[in-house]
Design a protein around this ligand. Structure first.
Ligand code: ADP
Ligand code: MG
Length: 322
């Protein structure tokens, strides 16, 4: 019988927690703890594709870029290269940690990281309305100078009043480059790490050339698209909450464990999920279900092996239960 395929998206916390500074020791330890939980899915007979975020890591790469230019006149690399660097670095780390976890559990599988480009449309409205904050905080003068010299756009850090940050577009992903190869590798039992940080955004120009977009893609939306394109059965988003809630952080907060498509869409429209954190995860889960996926799950990594393992979204309530 054909094995089930799961795409598992690792959130920021899976690699680096908010209270940590980001040393490689910290990242390796967090990653190992997270990956230990995936052994459960492997033992349940799933084939796996792993995706991951890159927020803190690509932020550090951008700051190194900035410092390198100021101290040594090293020319700054564009965002696509920075995202590719982060995919390589983080992907390699996950790959090595996972090999060690698998060895300890006597599981014999290949683990492969694929530096992944993700297609976006140049006419995506996001290009006219850059919203995603990246890189370091600059003073007003520095921001003005960078705007003149490089054309970068900035927005004030209003909440903290600490200065200005570069904003870049976050277009919707429309295709995964090499998606069919990722699918083939996974279906043969290899664990594939792909679309890290939402993928490297690229578009096809009038001459049919592939060109980089100075943008970033939401990792949950890209992961969901990868899940659809690889024909995955289930899509897991591992983050730092065990469940999704309605009336989140209010006295009438309520855990939602089983959700169907229509109710989840209604909760999203009613504003129960915060923009920029839970809302894109919910959209990603709904996209996967609408495009034929059987079940989307949002939970914490260590809950995977529980009988009650987080919030499960299916098209209809009576679908798929573990
Ligand atoms: P990651 O970095 O893992 O991708 P985010 O930090 O972007 O995840 O999003 C997860 C966060 O979403 C949770 O820590 C939680 O505070 C927040 N959140 C907002 N609305 C909700 C909700 N309705 N239910 C659960 N979590 C929510
Ligand atoms: Mg996030």
């Amino acid at each position: 019988m054909k094995k089930k395929l799961a795409v598992v998206a690792l959130g920021g916390n899976a690699l680096l927690r908010g209270d940590q500074i980001g040393t490689i020791d910290e990242q390796e330890q967090n990653t190992t703890e997270t990956l230990e939980n995936l052994v459960f899915l492997i033992n349940e007979g799933y084939n796996l594709i792993i995706t991951h975020g890159n927020g803190p890591q690509v932020g550090n790469i951008l700051m190194r870029n900035d410092a390198g230019e100021q101290l040594y006149s090293i020319s700054q690399m564009p965002l696509d290269i920075c995202v590719a660097d982060s995919q390589g670095g983080i992907g390699y780390m996950i790959e090595r940690m996972l090999r060690n976890v698998l060895n300890r559990h006597n599981i014999d599988k290949n683990v492969i990281c694929i530096v992944t480009q993700v297609l976006v449309n140049k006419d995506d409205p996001a290009f006219g309305d850059p919203q995603k904050r990246v890189g370091k905080i600059y003073s007003r003068d520095e921001a003005d100078e960078l705007h003149k010299r490089k054309g970068w756009l900035f927005r004030e850090e209003i909440k903290t009043g600490t200065g200005y940050r570069r904003v870049v577009p976050s277009p919707v992903p429309s295709g995964i480059v090499n998606g069919s190869i990722i699918r083939e590798l996974a279906e043969r039992g290899n664990i594939v790490i792909a679309a890290g940080g939402g993928g490297i955004p690229v578009y096809i120009d009038e001459k049919n050339d592939v060109r980089p977009a100075e943008a970033v893609i939401d990792k949950d939306l890209a992961s969901s698209l990868l899940a659809t394109e690889t024909g995955a059965d289930e899509f897991y988003i591992l983050t730092d909450v065990p469940y999704i809630y309605i009336n989140y952080n209010k006295p009438n907060q309520e855990i939602k464990e089983f959700l169907d498509y229509a109710d989840t869409l209604r909760y999203l429209q009613e504003g129960h999920f915060a923009r920029g954190s839970m809302a894109p995860k919910i959209e990603a889960c709904l996209n996967f279900i609408r495009n034929g996926g059987k079940m989307s799950v949002i939970t914490e990594a260590f809950k995977l092996a529980d009988t009650s393992y987080g919030s499960k979204i299916t098209m209809h309530y009576e679908d798929e239960r573990r």
